[in-house]
Design a protein around this ligand. Structure first.
Ligand SMILES: [Zn+2]
Length: 391
């Protein structure tokens, strides 16, 4: 073979080789691109109980390619959803996810774990409680309320407390849910030597009961029985008791109003709620001027004796500002108010006990006790076993 031919052959071989390398490299790239594999970032995902389980492609697929992420879908049918809610029960679930890659659908399994890690919240937690010597330890239960998505209980550690010895104590109150999430709080309990004056009784040296009339100027705090505040013509509030609207009660009255509006009742968003001692004094005086005191006392409270001064009482109004008292409205309120923690405070036929004529529009917030009081059919005076009637 001539030398030049040999050289040509060598060049041709090199060219073929280079072309082959280029072609196979491109081929490899094309193959590689078309056969891209996507891994999962994680295969187990934890959600807090109460949160909606919603998965997104970018949190699960290890790729930044929008074209793949956009095809992501999850099948939520294995989740066991809480009744009337949009979140799943506590537990662990296997979920199938799908996405498209290289024109094919890929299926993968992932695990969803739903856990309750939140502690109960106290909705009622006084900083301190004052009680008279000799009270029953069970009386403490009514001073505390809590809420949680899971079942829970409130435990009160009274080990350091002696209810028969006056003094200052500290008790530990723990709200603990089914999953052992604990909210522990310390509360001061003051055990008092003297019976409370606000219930109209005091003891003299011979241990005889002497009736003393309480007035807004002689009482120093509202009277509570079983953790429920009682205000009537025998049990006034201190003249300087000025708590404004109770936040929880306000929230509940607005939900009640909203539900009535949804049902088509003509109920105003505005209501007559908290009234200070001074406001009530002016209002009552006006009624006395127009109707005389005897008549005014049947429907308006004297200053210091109005439930509106508690921040827990509300009058429902029509949109034109008149009081709500039509039969349909009154029936609905009477049968449903307890669901929101309210009782209809002044009922027909109980005027001699409550001290007021019937007021279907006047609601008093008592919280959890509302259902029990509603079922009992009793007035608050009868339910708590306290005196009512006139001044
Ligand atoms: Zn009222």
């Amino acid at each position: 073979m001539p030398k030049t031919q040999k050289k040509d052959m060598k060049i041709k071989l090199i060219i073929i080789f280079v072309v082959l390398v280029i072609v196979s490299t491109i081929g490899a790239f094309v193959w590689f691109y078309n056969n891209e594999k996507v891994e999962l970032l994680k295969d187990t995902f934890q959600f807090e109980y109460g949160d909606i389980v919603k998965l997104e492609g970018k949190d699960i697929l290890d790729t930044t390619k929008e074209s793949i992420i956009n095809t992501f879908q999850a099948d939520y049918s294995s989740l066991e959803i809480e009744q009337d809610k949009d979140y799943p029960k506590v537990g662990s679930y296997d979920l199938q996810i799908h996405y498209k890659i290289n024109g094919r659908v890929e299926n993968e399994n992932i695990k969803i774990i739903v856990k309750d890690t939140k502690k109960p919240n106290f909705t009622k937690l006084p900083e301190k409680i004052e009680l008279n010597k000799g009270f029953h330890l069970d009386d403490l239960n009514s001073y505390f309320e809590a809420e949680d998505l899971s079942p829970f209980e409130i435990k009160i550690d009274t080990e350091k407390l002696d209810s028969n010895k006056s003094g200052e104590y500290e008790i530990t109150v723990t709200a603990i849910d089914k999953y052992d999430n604990k909210n522990e709080q310390n509360v001061k309990v003051i055990v008092k030597e003297e019976p409370q004056k606000s219930n109209g009784q005091t003891l003299n040296k011979q241990n005889q009961t002497i009736e003393t009339k309480s007035t807004p100027y002689t009482v120093s705090s509202p009277r509570y029985v079983n953790g429920i505040m009682i205000v009537n013509k025998k049990n006034p509030l201190p003249y300087n008791y000025n708590p404004y609207e109770n936040a929880e009660a306000g929230k509940q009255i607005r939900s009640l109003i909203s539900e009535m509006q949804t049902l088509g009742f003509n109920i105003s968003n505005s209501y007559s709620g908290f009234r200070s001692f001074d406001t009530q004094a002016g209002l009552y005086q006006n009624y006395v001027n127009n109707h005389g005191q005897a008549k005014a006392d049947t429907f308006s409270a004297r200053a210091g004796y109005s439930e509106h001064q508690t921040g827990l009482a509300f009058d429902l109004l029509h949109r034109d500002g008149t009081l709500v008292e039509n039969r349909n409205e009154a029936n609905w309120i009477a049968q449903n108010a307890h669901r929101f923690g309210f009782i209809v405070r002044y009922q027909a036929g109980k005027e001699h006990i409550t001290g007021y004529q019937a007021e279907p529009w006047h609601l008093r917030y008592v919280g959890q006790a509302a259902t029990d009081i509603y079922n009992s059919g009793l007035t608050l005076e009868e339910y708590l076993g306290v005196q009512g009637g006139g001044y």
